[in-house]
Design a binder for this molecule. Structure first.
Ligand SMILES: Nc1ncnc2c1ncn2[C@@H]1O[C@H](COP(=O)(O)OP(=O)(O)OP(=O)(O)O)[C@@H](O)[C@H]1O
Length: 269
């Protein structure tokens, strides 16, 4: 039986109004996502990726169209979603310990202290930071701080985890480790993940699908199934001819989008 549709985006449009006129950040974007999928979103700089994520998470009200979670319209910040941003430094509270940071959003849920403790322990364990629970964020490396932000989202048990360029600010080795952590969380917990990235290779390595957005007025230029084996590793997968083929294809699509020749469909690779 096919997985149920978890997220449905239909004819989404977002115009930012300002005193100098409107900026159409999203023109007309539609796609669906099944429960348990890992979908990456790429596109030219400024094409509206962050705006799209904010609309998905209910942090921004669309100008037109709908976002639905499990068949119900998203009209405000939804407890079914957790967001991890690039700026981990600003998303963690320096005066709280790692445990305190991970536990904080759980205080809004009706849980006993023992349940909260179990969820926090489990999430810290999942990201390899059980030993750091009593530390403060400023005592940790950038990569570890981003793991804390991910642990916080995992402990919250969202229906969808939304990630906006979460690894843009860490070094290459840490980034590779965090990519594998995301794949591991997806595989072992069947988490549904929407992952925005600038990095074409990262999108192909991580995703089951890569959605390529056009430049403004933003639409879905391509929705590409990534037919790489589900067991992926940083060396072997990236060395596959199919990986090179897919990343070259996505790169070409983004170049086409940047030149403004979006949308005209091309055959799948
Ligand atoms: N609050 C705002 N008010 C007015 N315009 C905005 C606002 N936020 C974003 N924009 C504009 O909307 C468009 C899309 O911005 P957005 O940040 O969503 O793109 P992006 O694809 O995430 O960018 P990048 O690739 O640089 O991270 C841009 O033209 C941007 O200048």
């Amino acid at each position: 039986m096919p997985d149920r549709t978890l997220l449905r985006v239909e004819h989404l449009r977002k115009v930012y109004e300002s005193t100098t006129g409107g900026v159409e950040a999203i023109g007309d974007v539609s796609f669906t996502m099944a429960a348990g999928e890992l979908v990456c979103v790429v596109g030219p700089s400024g094409c509206g990726k962050t705006t799209l994520l904010k609309c998905l998470a209910g942090l921004l009200r669309p100008t037109g169209g709908v976002v639905e979670m499990d068949g119900a319209p998203v009209t405000g910040p939804s407890p079914a979603m957790a967001v991890v941003f690039q700026e981990y430094g600003r998303s963690l509270y320096p005066w709280l310990t790692v445990r305190g940071n991970v536990e904080l959003p759980l205080r809004h849920k009706k849980l006993s202290r023992a349940q909260r403790r179990r969820l926090v322990d489990d999430a810290l364990d999942a990201v390899g930071l059980a030993h750091a629970a009593p530390s403060h964020p400023w005592q940790l490396s950038g990569g570890m701080q981003q793991r804390v932000a991910i642990a916080r989202a995992v402990a919250y048990q969202p229906e969808v985890l939304i990630m906006d360029e979460p690894f843009a600010a860490v070094d290459a080795q840490t980034r590779a480790d965090l990519e594998d952590l995301v794949r591991e969380l997806h595989a072992s917990r069947r988490m549904s993940i929407v992952f925005v990235t600038h990095d074409i290779d990262e999108s192909v390595y991580l995703g089951q699908r890569v959605i390529v957005l056009s430049s403004s007025p933003t639409r879905v230029q391509e929705d590409l199934a990534i037919d790489l084996p589900p067991e992926r590793d940083q060396i072997g997968t990236r060395a596959l001819p199919r990986f090179t083929h897919l990343r070259t294809h996505v790169y070409g699509e983004i170049q086409r989008a940047r030149r403004g020749r979006a949308i005209a469909p091309r055959p799948a690779p």
